[in-house]
Design a binder for this molecule. Structure first.
Ligand code: APR
Length: 344
């Protein structure tokens, strides 16, 4: 999964690079800056002294020294002054410049803290949106595994409004596991009863004679297509949807936050069985509606359930036609649910 939001101490991560939320002197400080210098050891400070400081929005590279990470990219976020002093552009520049250094160094993995959201006071939900939009745009053009590290869950602030809207949706639709299975059972009994009265689809019953007439060639073709679709595997169905939606493979797997290797596995094996999260990630990338999503899930052997918060959050975003997988993952993370696009 190219982009993950995780709860961790960034100094513990064994990645190619970690980003430091520093100040313009680059001589260390509190927060994540202090933690990184402490874990990297005194050589980091010696290296930083040679950099001659760093402007707000800029980024500079050093080695990681005693850190498990190979490199540290030091960037200086803006101090929050109410939002009308160019803070957003400066914060965007921090992420963009850090990503450019990582790309230039051919890093394969990079971890960001939520820059400026501690001592510099940037509102967390605004900062999160900026981080997600810059990282999301970058990943549409590049291959890099990126972690957005949230140090403590409290520090993670989904916008109040979005959190409450999703929570209300869950409360409205969530039903306990056992009640759900009883409800599904009775629905199934009803539908089986209905089927036995109607041996043929209504459209080919000859009203005059009240007995099924021989289906016309058009109906035969439609039935044949329906049967063909029923026999399609998940992979065949997915590839057909990509064609129907007129999208490219790259665009779809990047929007699904799925890496290239997994996608080629799915493309190469018509019987490939994805995880539910991967199947849903493709439904989001293809911007399927709820019924189309259920069809795609069914091909992988899954169904949406009202007794799963994860499923309800996905259903909420599909119902709202909001298909930004990074925004959805932000919400899943806030509700302590697994994220979309897990590579399985
Ligand atoms: N791992 C991951 N994230 C961390 C860690 C850690 N070990 N420690 C703190 N954080 C998080 C904070 O919870 C916050 O969300 O990093 C985010 C950024 O907070 P700060 O470290 O306070 O950085 P910032 O708000 O950008 O202020 C920068 O603080 O440390 C000084 O020298 C630094 O003057 C500069 C200022």
């Amino acid at each position: 999964m190219p982009f993950e939001i995780i709860r961790a101490d960034i100094t513990h991560l064994k990645v190619d690079g970690i980003v430091n939320a520093a100040n313009e002197t680059l001589l260390g400080g509190g927060g994540v800056d202090g933690a990184i210098h402490k874990a990297a050891g005194p050589e980091l400070l010696e290296a930083c002294k040679k950099l001659g400081g760093c402007q707000t929005g800029e980024a500079k590279l050093t080695r990681g020294y005693n850190l498990p990470a190979r490199y540290v990219i030091h960037t200086v976020g803006p101090v929050w002054r109410g939002g009308d002093q160019g803070e957003e552009e400066q914060l965007r520049a921090c992420y963009t410049n850090a990503l450019e250094i990582a790309h230039a160094k051919n890093m394969e993995s990079l971890a960001f803290p939520l820059i400026s959201t501690g001592i510099f006071g940037y509102p967390k939900d605004l900062a999160l949106k900026i981080a997600i939009s810059v990282i999301g745009d970058f990943l549409m053009q590049h291959e890099l595994v990126i972690y957005l590290v949230v140090y403590d869950h409290g520090a993670f602030a989904l916008s109040e409004k979005l959190f409450n809207t999703v929570k209300a949706y869950i409360d409205d639709h969530y039903i306990e596991e056992n009640f759900e299975s009883i409800r599904m059972e009775s629905h199934y009994q009803k539908s089986v009863a209905y089927e036995s009265e109607m041996p043929y689809p209504k459209s080919i019953i000859d009203e005059a004679t009240h007995k099924p007439s021989k289906p016309s060639s058009a109906v035969q073709r439609r039935l044949k297509n329906m049967l063909k679709e029923l026999e399609e595997t998940f992979s065949e169905h997915l590839l057909r949807l990509i064609d129907i939606k007129g999208k490219s493979d790259v665009e779809v797997y990047k929007k699904a936050n799925i890496d290239r290797k997994l996608f080629s596995k799915i493309r190469g094996d018509k019987d490939y069985k994805p995880s539910k999260s991967t199947a849903l990630a493709f439904a989001i990338a293809l911007e399927l509606n709820l019924d189309e999503t259920k069809d795609l899930l069914k091909k992988a052997g899954f169904a949406l359930s009202n007794s799963s918060k994860f499923d309800l959050i996905i259903s909420y975003f599909i119902t709202e036609s909001t298909y930004n997988i990074f925004e959805i993952n932000e919400t899943l993370f806030a509700f302590e649910q697994p994220l979309l696009g897990i590579n399985k």
